[in-house]
Write a protein that binds this ligand. Structure first.
Ligand SMILES: Nc1ncnc2c1ncn2[C@@H]1O[C@H](COP(=O)(O)OP(=O)(O)OP(=O)(O)O)[C@@H](O)[C@H]1O
Ligand SMILES: [Mg+2]
Length: 322
């Protein structure tokens, strides 16, 4: 598809120039504060990430933003629309990729796209034309007549993203677009998202994957228990919260006990995931592991601090455990 036709970048902004503006947003489900007073904004063309473990409130935030669920209190403005007052208007403007695809398994790939566009208000002719365009863009043309249940997980996910593009939205929310995909399909989705991003679409993305956030997000926030714990660019977050260097020890089971004793004896903090022991020195500097040199069954390597470390430092939990 050509850029001028379908991915125009000049779109309505909020009064202060942002595309998404969320202020002191709350959503309670009975006693549960699913979203507990969050404030953030997203600039035109930015990809903004929400990172958080299960139950952090990411999906709830996205549902509130896309007008699918009413807020308990607070304000949301998307492209100049007050979402609390006019949730219909935002639904027309925004593309949404939900956590579970919500594709119609009884219909073909083409029919899924066509029907979505038609129900969203495109004319029959335009919905048909647009379906062909997005099939082309997402390289799904040769699967156009396949039933959704015949598609692989990766293709379904790409179809769900393709479907959200039927109305040429300028703002798109994607709830865990690559969860459960194999690395190859995930790469494919990342490539397609990068093209959308390049074309100026503003993206709000939730993810459990550090690599995804690092590659795609201009800025991100870390959420837990309905609150935003910190916000910044990936580099800022790493600078603020991650150690400069982390030593990684691959340890055979027989050597594990002596490694633990060595580290504990020197008050060096570490964490274990399977046979991998991650060690951070004081002040985030390189830890002194000279005493482990030459110990049989221990292989040491060093890596730079990353978003995984940021997440752990802020929430006390591993990101991949979600
Ligand atoms: N419809 C609902 N009714 C009652 N409680 C809900 C509802 N939807 C979400 N919750 C609760 O709100 C909290 C936040 O859930 P939410 O789905 O937003 O988390 P999440 O960050 O998307 O998690 P995940 O990573 O597992 O998708 C959880 O405690 C959840 O149980
Ligand atoms: Mg969710």
């Amino acid at each position: 598809m050509t850029e001028d036709q379908h991915l125009e970048t000049d779109f309505a902004r909020n009064a202060n120039g942002t595309v998404i503006e969320v202020e002191n947003l709350h959503k309670d489900y009975g006693d549960i504060a699913a979203v507990d007073g969050i404030t953030f904004s997203v600039n035109p063309g930015e990809t903004y990430g929400l990172l958080g473990p299960n139950g952090a409130g990411k999906t709830t935030t996205m549902r509130l933003l896309s007008g699918l669920s009413p807020a308990t209190s607070g304000s949301i403005a998307v492209a100049g629309i007050d979402v609390i007052k006019d949730n219909r208007a935002v639904r027309e403007l925004m593309g949404v990729v939900t956590q579970h695809d919500g594709l119609d398994g009884g219909l073909t790939v083409f029919q899924n796209l066509f029907l979505y566009g038609f129900l969203a208000g495109l004319s029959r002719a335009r919905a048909k034309e647009r379906a062909h365009e997005v099939l082309e863009f997402f390289s799904l043309r040769d699967r156009s007549k396949a039933n959704v249940y015949e598609l692989s997980g990766g293709m379904k996910r790409r179809l769900a993203i393709a479907r959200s593009m039927m109305t040429s939205p300028k703002v798109i929310v994607m709830d865990e677009p690559t969860t459960g995909l194999d690395p190859q399909s995930r790469n494919r989705v990342w490539e397609e998202m990068a093209v959308l991003k390049d074309s100026g679409v503003t993206i709000l993305l939730s993810t459990h994957y550090m690599e995804e956030a690092t590659i795609l997000c201009d800025r991100l926030s870390i959420m837990d228990h309905g609150k935003i714990l910190d916000e910044g660019t990936p580099d800022q977050m790493i600078e603020r919260h991650a150690p400069k260097e982390v030593a990684q020890l691959r340890v055979v089971p027989a050597a594990l006990r002596s490694v633990r004793e060595y580290l504990t004896g020197r008050n060096i903090s570490y964490r274990e995931v399977g046979a991998l022991v991650s060690v951070t020195g004081a002040n985030g500097d390189r830890p002194d592991l000279s005493g482990l040199e030459g110990v049989e069954g221990v292989r040491t390597s060093y890596r730079a601090g990353n978003l995984e470390d940021v997440f752990l430092a802020i929430t006390g939990r591993e990101l991949r455990d979600g």
